[in-house]
Design a protein around this ligand. Structure first.
Ligand code: ADP
Length: 615
């Protein structure tokens, strides 16, 4: 095929622009990214031979670097899997990463260069980072197992690239950078300088398991980091390894080493990132750990090793006794893998628990970034309810910062037997909800749960430390009052309650006097066994239609509106204004908790008509 000039996908073009204008201060990392890609390609070739029987020479898998100060070029060559022409277009011409659009929108928002760089760092742009240091990049590649010619790709990082056949390309990939003139003020060093290259390789890529050579000299030690005692490995080495496997450019929050000896041996090196990835809640995001067998890379993204709710954990598990060509299907059923998974869960959860006391700030970061994901475990992993609840934090009426359940229990009032909570969309909506009134007035602390997943797990968790979790918007509430305040006997209100029940029959299943209101006239509560409106809404959004769940209307007998309504009803139940007032009362209760009116236009009209009579 002849030479074609193609356009980068729009998002790729924008990211490239950012690279060309190099907003990221640490430009050295382009080499780490190239070596990381090369190392992946070597792993892939070895696996293709091992598992799919591809015929390939894997006797000397390596990465070769050549620097030429005269020509100002830097070459990184691997004899790995290579790419076909279609793959080059798909993989290098576009950015498939989920969250790219999001990232670009955020970058636009943050005008300040520093903010930009940080965001790019979180995202990691791999191959494109070469355009920070080069004004032309050429990639020549030949896919293993394909006959004939290879492919040559070239771009100056502007809107387009060229692609053409390359007759004599060997199997693997060669990337040639035409280096920009050095500009130390802009942290653009001389990347044709051998000494600098050696130093960068040592710093960022020492652990790569294939030799990285310059001339005949191997620049890296190739030691598997997880197999080395922690005391011998520097934090920086761990960090670089983390960046290699996670494609994240920021430092991890926590490092976890594990080693098991005996009947089933394995080593694990896990990382908790310091920031949630953009795609934490996207179903198609990559997740899982890397699996090795006796230092040999077997597969990426092994979901079998870590549950979904800990999907942000990155790392490597090296199991000694698995077969080298184990398939994903077998992995799923393997008893040892399941055992490792259970141990990893325990270890991650206990590490977080230790952080709570040893480094509360780190813990707070962890929970802010990953708490929403971890809480999914309360639904999916009943065996670990306890340790998950122990590391969880929640918003609370007692303080601005989140609280643990243990601290809540510590503060509970003497007569209090349950842990109170209220779910909602935001802190302010929950705090100002009428359901809160009596609890606030009497000084009971209430947890403020505002994540969508909170609506669901609260039903799956029976208790914490023997104390039931109790929604204050459900069932009846009987706070033991200190002031033994006289409650209005229901009797006087009975006719009104009966009347309202009849008028609002379509909307509510019961109308009763409330013990939870101090200032509002009315509120809606769910029956103890019924699902909440938020949950009902979620089910509907998922396409599950069921009968509408009716709730209970509670009235505040001490409120002037309710008292007035009672008098009006006593004066004449036939008063045509009464049913309208009933509707208004119901609508107001719904609005106060942040609910949606079924017929907002009608409500507005009733309200306007009523107001018109009072002005
Ligand atoms: P990432 O490595 O984060 O996926 P990159 O932009 O660095 O993103 O690379 C995109 C894809 O291009 C890689 O996932 C890989 O499939 C392919 N690729 C890059 N470099 C090589 C290489 N040296 N050999 C084979 N494939 C490569």
């Amino acid at each position: 095929m002849t030479m074609e000039t193609l356009e980068f996908q729009a998002e790729a073009r924008q990211l490239l622009q950012l690279m060309v204008h190099s907003i990221y201060s640490n430009k050295d990392i382009f080499l780490r990214e190239l070596i990381s890609n090369a190392s992946d390609a070597l792993d892939k070739l070895r696996l293709a031979k091992l598992q799919d029987g591809l015929e390939a020479d894997t006797s000397d898998l390596h990465i070769q670097i050549e620097a030429d100060t005269e020509a100002r070029t830097l070459i990184v060559r691997d004899n790995g899997i290579g790419m076909t022409r279609e793959e080059v277009v798909a993989l290098i011409g576009t950015i498939a990463k989920s969250g790219t659009a999001d990232l670009l929108a955020k970058l636009k928002e943050a005008n300040e260069a520093k903010g930009d760089a940080e965001l790019i760092g979180q995202f990691g742009v791999g191959f494109y980072s070469t355009f920070m240091v080069a004004d032309k990049v050429t990639l020549v590649t030949h896919k293993a197992g394909t006959e004939g010619h290879g492919t040559r790709w070239e771009s100056a990082g502007e809107g387009t690239y060229t692609i053409e056949d390359e007759p004599d390309a060997p199997v693997g990939t060669t990337v040639t950078l035409q280096l920009r003139p050095k500009d130390e003020e802009d942290a653009l060093y001389d990347y044709a300088d051998e000494w600098r290259i050696k130093e960068i390789v040592k710093r960022y890529s020492d652990f790569i398991s294939f030799p990285i050579r310059m001339g005949d000299e191997a620049l890296n030690s190739m030691k598997a980091l997880w197999a080395r005692p922690r005391s011998e490995v520097t934090d920086e080495e761990y960090h670089e390894f983390y960046k290699h496997i996670s494609h994240d450019w920021s430092e991890p929050l926590e490092i976890i080493n594990m080693k098991a000896e005996g009947t089933f041996e394995y080593e694990a090196l896990l990382f908790i990132p310091s920031r949630a990835p953009h795609d934490l809640f996207q179903r198609d995001a990559r997740r899982g750990l890397q699996l090795y067998v006796k230092r040999v890379f077997i597969m990426d993204d092994s979901k079998e090793l870590i549950p979904d709710y800990l999907r942000f954990v990155k790392g490597v598990v090296d199991a000694a006794d698995l077969s080298l060509n184990i398939s994903r299907e077998i992995l799923q059923q393997d008893r040892h893998i399941q055992m490792i998974r259970r141990r990893l869960i325990k270890k991650v959860l206990s590490t977080i628990k230790d952080l709570m006391s040893s480094n509360p700030e780190k813990y707070a970061t962890f929970w802010r970034e990953f708490g929403r994901a971890v809480k999914e475990g309360l639904l999916n992993d009943p065996d670990n309810h306890k340790p998950i609840l122990e590391i969880a934090s929640f918003g609370t009426t007692a303080q601005d910062e989140p609280t643990t359940l243990a601290a809540y229990v510590e503060r509970m009032k003497e007569d209090q037997e349950e842990i109170y909570y209220l779910t909602g969309e935001s802190r302010s909506q929950v705090v100002n909800s009428p359901h809160m009134e009596a609890f606030q007035a009497q000084g009971y602390e209430v947890l403020i749960l505002t994540d969508p997943v909170d609506e669901i797990w609260v039903d799956a968790v029976p208790d914490f430390d023997g104390k039931k979790l109790r929604s204050i918007a459900r069932g009846s509430v009987d706070l033991k009052k200190d002031d033994a305040e006289e409650k209005e006997p229901e009797g006087d209100f009975a006719p009104l309650l009966g009347f309202l029940k009849e008028k609002l029959d379509e909307q509510v299943k019961e109308v009763r006097l409330s013990h939870r209101l101090t200032t509002s006239a009315a509120c809606l509560v769910s029956d103890s066994d019924d699902i909440t409106p938020a949950l009902e809404k979620m089910y509907r959004a998922m396409g599950q239609d069921g009968p509408r769940v009716k709730r209970i209307l509670e009235l505040n007998p001490n409120h002037a509106l309710v008292a007035g309504l009672r008098s009006a009803h006593e004066r004449g139940a036939e008063d045509p204004a009464l049913p309208e007032t009933a509707e208004l009362l119901y609508g107001t209760a719904l609005l106060a908790e942040g609910g949606d009116l079924e017929d907002p236009a009608r409500f507005a009209k009733l309200l306007a008509d009523r107001l018109a009579r009072t002005v």
